[in-house]
Ligand binder design. Structure first.
Ligand code: ADP
Ligand code: ZN
Length: 601
């Protein structure tokens, strides 16, 4: 692509999408594909993948075919493009025969810029024939990791997509995914015959996501406080391990005034679909879910993802938390984590049916995640390092914002371990803490534990501190759960050196900062001051009405971010309004007057 075309791309970016500059590699990708090259794009969720094929679609002659596995998302994407004045349509099983005919006719006549299709539909002989009679600008293969047979999202129909290359060798193809690992990348290249594609790998950092991992005490109450203080009335996802916990948590949150809905594989499928749909379309819904709630969520304004239970790996944690803040506005990844989580995950691996290899890999993955949880350093640096990326402390995670103190816990660790040993490796943390702190409970007296040498040797630390010690010992592998006795902790090979005094250990210790100004933090996060907030509310109410009238999700009208910008800038005329992010020519024409009216109050 030559220089005039490059400026044409930028012009379209401004005029149609209302964005002033390209993000990261977008510009290179757009140029490469617009000039006919194949591309494989690896970009994190929210990185801006759609533009990478939407702009070349506008720059090249003919229609861009976009393969997407998710019917609901297709409809929303098309609705969003139509709002921008782009000629877009979709073709999937929700259409009747007449609608399909009309769509095919428009394709043949060259009246579409973009056509979204389900993969199985694209491979039908009738469709392929229709394509050969039409001018095709490019093929975009979204969620390209669906070709991977080892992943969670495998779609057999994706395997057939290599046919496109054989039938239409001169049409450029762009495959896109947010899955980072090298195996998946190689599989995509192989299965889609993308050997000549240029590969664009973006940083997987999500700078707008703030990572926080708190010490689990009363998880539900901690969650409620987090939602009320930082995300009142905002959309979020709460992940739990079991279906039962999902149901219970949803009921409990609801009883405390949070608009919470459950989602898990054990629910009736129509109710499940309804909950997902409400989450996607309404504002401020909190879905409490198992990891069955995953792909298919494309909501840009999810303001938080909370984990009440520990995920299985850093990959899982990253994928789940990645659903927050796709729109680039500040979002939270929050997790409550305690000894019970370590015990539970370790047991699940021990009791799994998998091979020895499988177990070894699972243990290594869990250990990496536990390392992240126990780390006193920047969470982001650690996350990115896991994916092979280097980084600097981020200033936007709990450890950067409130650096935990690190203390020499060798003495405490030895006391804890000898307490386990002296009581016969048959008790859980609660009882062990009672012994250490010297409480003459009924259970202790019954078992004569008040006569042991370890009785009362830990009176210098409080219960919370001891729970912390046991959790960290479990995370670091100095103690492990007993299979026979539920909740009981046993010593491991590694404990020996510690007990003999040959090893020392440091632990993290967070002193909760009193009276943290949650309000100030929140308004800083949304970028609005108190003075703008009344206007912001008005803008949101207006958007809600528009969204209802047009039957599209609120974010299709305007993203939160754009409304926040309007509230902050308070533009006086159309030119000032057009200068803000996310307001292209079409939206300016359609909504400009109404927005200025709202600003004037
Ligand atoms: P992905 O598909 O990679 O998850 P999207 O394509 O949905 O991401 O884009 C995420 C968000 O970023 C969208 O809200 C989009 O409008 C916004 N965005 C993308 N590119 C730009 C850009 N160059 N400038 C401003 N916002 C952008
Ligand atoms: Zn950090």
């Amino acid at each position: 692509m030559n220089v005039p075309e490059e400026s044409r791309a930028l012009q379209l970016l401004n005029r149609v999408f209302g964005h002033s500059v390209f993000r990261g590699a977008q510009s290179d990708i757009v140029q490469h594909v617009a000039s006919g090259g194949d591309a494989l794009v690896l970009m994190p969720t929210g990185g801006g993948k759609s533009l990478c094929y939407q702009l070349p679609a506008l720059l090249r002659a003919g229609t861009a075919l976009v393969v997407s596995p998710l019917i609901a998302l297709m409809q929303d994407q098309v609705a969003a493009l139509k709002q921008l004045g782009v000629r877009a349509a979709f073709l999937n099983s929700t259409l009747d025969g007449r609608e399909v005919n009309a769509c095919e006719k428009a394709l043949r006549a060259g009246e579409l810029d973009l056509l979204y299709v389900a993969p199985e539909r694209l491979m039908m002989p009738r469709m392929l024939e229709c394509l050969s009679e039409s001018e095709i600008a490019l093929f975009a293969i979204d969620e390209a990791h669906c070709v991977s047979q080892w992943g969670h999202d495998f779609r057999p129909e994706y395997l057939q997509l290599s046919v496109l290359h054989e039938r239409f060798p001169s049409v450029p193809r762009i495959a896109l995914t947010a899955t980072a690992d090298p195996q998946t990348r190689d599989e995509i290249i192989r299965r889609l015959a993308l050997d000549n594609a240029r590969i664009f790998i973006s940083s997987f950092d999500r700078p707008n996501i703030r990572y926080t991992i708190v010490d689990k005490q009363d998880a539900r109450a901690q969650l409620l406080r987090f939602i009320r203080e930082d995300h009142d009335g905002e959309a979020g996802i709460v992940y739990c391990l079991s279906r039962r916990k999902v149901d219970e948590t949803a009921v409990w949150l609801k009883s405390h005034g949070v608009r919470a809905l459950p989602y898990h594989a054990g629910m009736d499928s129509s109710l499940r679909a309804e909950h997902q749909n409400r989450f996607q379309r309404e504002e401020g819904i909190v879905v409490v879910a198992t990891i069955a709630f995953g792909m298919g969520i494309d909501k840009p304004d999810v303001r938080f993802v909370a984990h009440l239970d520990l995920p299985k790996s850093i990959e899982g944690y990253y994928q789940e938390t990645g659903r927050a803040g796709r729109d680039g506005a500040p979002a939270d990844a929050w997790m409550a984590y305690g000894l019970g989580d370590v015990v539970q995950q370790r047991r699940m691996i021990d009791e799994s049916e998998g091979s020895e290899d499988y177990r070894r890999v699972s243990v290594a993955k869990l250990d990496a995640l536990l390392g992240l949880c126990e780390s006193a350093g920047c969470r982001r640096v650690r996350l990115l390092a896991y994916f092979g990326e280097a980084g600097e402390p981020c200033g936007n995670c709990d450890n950067c914002l409130e650096p935990p103190q690190v203390w020499d816990a060798t003495e405490a660790a030895r006391k804890a371990l000898s307490c386990i040993y002296r009581t016969g490796q048959r008790f859980g943390a609660m009882h062990l803490i009672d012994v250490l702190r010297g409480r003459e409970t009924e259970r202790i007296v019954q078992r004569d534990h008040h006569r042991l040498g370890v009785f009362g040797i830990g009176a210098d630390l409080d219960d919370a501190a001891w729970r912390n010690v046991f959790r960290q010992l479990a995370a670091l592998g100095y103690v492990c759960p007993d299979h026979e006795a539920w909740g009981a902790l046993k010593l491991t090979e590694a404990s020996r050196a510690m007990l003999k005094g040959e090893q020392s250990v440091e632990m993290r210790h967070v002193i909760p900062r009193k009276g943290r100004a949650a309000k100030a933090r929140r308004s800083a996060a949304s970028g609005a001051t108190v003075a703008d907030s009344a206007l912001l509310e008005r803008l949101k109410a207006w958007r809600m009405t528009q969204s209802r009238e047009q039957g599209v999700p609120a974010y299709v009208i305007f993203h939160d971010r754009t409304l926040v910008e309007i509230a902050a800038a308070q533009p006086a005329d159309l030119d000032a309004l057009a200068a803000l992010g996310g307001i292209g020519a079409k939206k300016l024409e359609r909504y400009g007057a109404a927005l200025l009216e709202l600003v004037r109050g």
